[in-house]
Design a protein around this ligand. Structure first.
Ligand SMILES: Nc1ncnc2c1ncn2[C@@H]1O[C@H](COP(=O)(O)OP(=O)(O)OP(=O)(O)O)[C@@H](O)[C@H]1O
Ligand SMILES: [Mg+2]
Length: 315
């Protein structure tokens, strides 16, 4: 997969305040890339530079090889922007709003109507096509905001917190739609405060904090930068007189096990991050005549990773 978006040494100052302080990353063609960080980290500033809404103070950004400062108009043609602050015209209907934004990219006539209809369908607003945003709920406006950004079939979709205030059902719908956009070949760069969303849809994630780059990779890669193991908890029932420490000793010598211990009726195995097959451990326990009453595998989530890398909570 080729690199579609390149951000290289990006700096953005507002007066003497540095909002983005030398961030570099690349987004590959056809992936969903998440930008994660707490309030004020510089996510929207980065997204606004990529969208060429504001100019970088220093550094380079290119989209499909086009420099967003020197080749701004050309680069703009391939992007679709879903901004964090809603950008809708209150006195145009939903359909007119979508058509207005899509027409800026040269769509006209039948193609424009088709694209608008498809985008509204995409966000589940087909039945509200003639409703004006001022008569819509917050979540509906969010969905319309997305429709306006994607109707013209952009190759790079820049989504800044697209699901804020959207109910769970619509969020599922939107997340499914974003995956569909990827299947159709779009590249997506995405920010969200919802960890589970980022875990669910992003192929790779960059973590930024206070304008600085912290880490980047798949969730697994990020986990392995802070910890090389996960806890496997196996519930059982030890009979009276069962040689627990002998079993623990045996388990600790099995492949991939870094540590083994028992806590009442739970056996806790610390195993390598890459270990996915637990059969060997379970078989060993059942051969000793013990039941398996439950099994959980606890690896770090994005929130844990963020705390480990920055010493701060994400929210
Ligand atoms: N136009 C501006 N003028 C001055 N400072 C700004 C401007 N826009 C943003 N900032 C500051 O830059 C920093 C980064 O803001 P930005 O909006 O990029 O953060 P963010 O990561 O998107 O946060 P959030 O999660 O709250 O959306 C913040 O400290 C913010 O106050
Ligand atoms: Mg923001």
């Amino acid at each position: 997969m080729k690199d579609y978006l390149k951000v290289d040494g990006l700096v953005k100052n507002y007066g003497d305040f540095c909002a983005v302080d030398g961030i570099s990353f690349t987004v590959r063609e056809g992936e969903i890339f998440g930008l994660l960080g707490p309030n004020g980290a510089g996510k929207s500033t980065t997204m606004n530079v990529i969208s060429s809404l504001i100019e970088p103070t220093k550094g380079n950004v290119s989209i499909d090889g086009m420099d967003i400062v020197r080749e701004r108009e050309k680069a703009r043609r391939v992007i679709g922007v879903v901004p964090q602050d809603l950008a809708l015209y209150p006195f145009l209907t939903a359909e007119e709003n979508v058509k207005f934004f899509a027409s800026l990219y040269g769509l006209k006539g039948k193609a424009l109507s088709l694209a608008a209809g498809e985008a509204l369908e995409f966000v589940g607003l087909s039945d509200r096509a003639r409703v004006r945003p001022k008569k819509m709920s917050g979540g509906m406006k969010r969905r319309l905001n997305i429709a306006c950004g994607i109707a013209h079939h952009p190759k790079l979709i820049i989504m800044d917190e697209p699901t804020v205030g959207v109910d769970a059902q619509s969020r599922e719908h939107i997340l499914g739609s974003i995956k569909t956009l990827r299947e159709r070949g779009a590249t997506v760069i995405y920010t969200s405060h919802y960890m589970n969303e980022v875990e669910d849809i992003c192929d790779r994630i960059a973590i930024i904090d206070r304008g600085k780059f912290v880490a980047c990779g798949t969730e697994e890669e990020l986990i392995s930068t802070v910890s090389d193991s996960k806890a496997l908890k196996i519930s059982t029932e030890f009979r009276a007189g069962f040689p627990v420490s002998e079993l623990i000793g045996e388990l600790s010598r099995l492949p991939d096990v870094k540590n083994a211990r028992a806590d009442e009726n739970t056996i806790i195995l610390e195993v390598g991050n890459t270990c996915k097959d637990f059969t060997l451990y379970l078989e060993h326990i059942t051969k000793r005549g013990l039941p398996i009453c439950g099994l959980t595998s606890e690896s770090m989530n994005l929130e844990d990773i963020f705390i480990a890398l920055t010493g701060r909570e994400l929210r």
